[in-house]
Design a protein around this ligand. Structure first.
Ligand SMILES: Nc1ncnc2c1ncn2[C@@H]1O[C@H](COP(=O)(O)OP(=O)(O)OP(=O)(O)O)[C@@H](O)[C@H]1O
Length: 237
């Protein structure tokens, strides 16, 4: 089997004395996509923060492209190709859309041209300042900026939160397009379980800091009992 892009082994992590994740192991294959589901406060964001090295890691190892990065700084993880899009929209308010994008650029597939093809709205708004954008456009810009760093893995923390349904659809379509090219792997933390499962190959459900379920996203979409038990999502039979 090919080496996983990212492998977490028996992770225990949290903040100071508070342990949030315990015994978490997972593999992400190159170009794979993983949905991270679970109720509020179970540790989904903490999982992404741990991958980036922003939490207190008590046990376990993290390997990236076969190399142990457990003790690597967050900055170096980002440089090594792990792109993180936090929940808070992270753009420069007083720079234009285009400046926001070029300031982050590193060589690779994602350039102004390919990013604008993915988010045509950003091309229309290229001369607007960050603070003149709608919430949806800011979210697109946050993702596009991270893409411009040409990461091998993109960690997305609730990208659809607070967006109008039509904008959420537009962003979902961009996420599908982005991962279809097999250029990037994806970890998607999302409250909208049905959408997250439709955008990914595999899924985990976190419950009280541990992985309560893992498997193909398609199978989980059909497993109404698990969705109801762990996420409180009631789907019609
Ligand atoms: N910086 C922090 N310091 C201390 N505790 C924290 C910190 N950030 C989060 N927590 C706690 O860690 C637990 C998990 O939070 P986390 O944000 O990872 O959950 P989540 O599943 O992403 O939830 P949500 O969907 O609400 O974002 C919560 O109990 C939360 O209060």
């Amino acid at each position: 089997m090919a080496e996983p892009l990212l492998a977490l082994d028996d992770i225990r992590a949290g903040y100071g004395d508070a342990v949030v994740l315990d015994g978490v192991s997972l593999d992400i294959p190159p170009h794979g996509s993983l949905a991270v589901l679970g109720r509020n406060g179970v540790g989904k964001s903490t999982l992404l923060l741990t991958i980036m090295g922003f939490t207190d890691l008590r046990r376990g190892t993290i390997r990236w492209q076969g190399k142990d990065i457990t003790r690597m700084s967050s900055f170096r993880r980002a440089r090594a190709g792990i792109g993180w899009v936090p929940q808070e929209r992270d753009i420069f308010a007083t720079l234009s859309v285009e400046e926001n994008l070029t300031v982050a650029a590193r060589p690779g597939h994602w350039t102004l041209q390919t990013v604008y093809a993915l988010f045509p709205r950003l091309e229309e708004r290229r001369a607007n300042m960050g603070n003149q954008l709608s919430g949806g456009e800011q979210q697109m810009l946050t993702i596009a900026r991270t893409l411009m760093t040409n990461p091998d893995l993109l960690l997305l923390d609730e990208p659809l939160e607070g967006l109008a349904p039509i904008v959420a659809e537009e962003l979902s379509a961009a996420i599908v397009q982005m991962s279809a090219g097999e250029r990037i792997a994806l970890v998607l933390v999302e409250q909208h379980a049905e959408i997250a499962l439709s955008l990914t190959d595999s899924a985990i459900v976190i419950e009280r800091g541990a992985i309560a379920h893992s498997g193909p996203s398609k199978a989980l979409l059909d497993d109404h009992e698990v969705l109801d038990r762990y996420i409180g999502l009631k789907l019609a039979e």
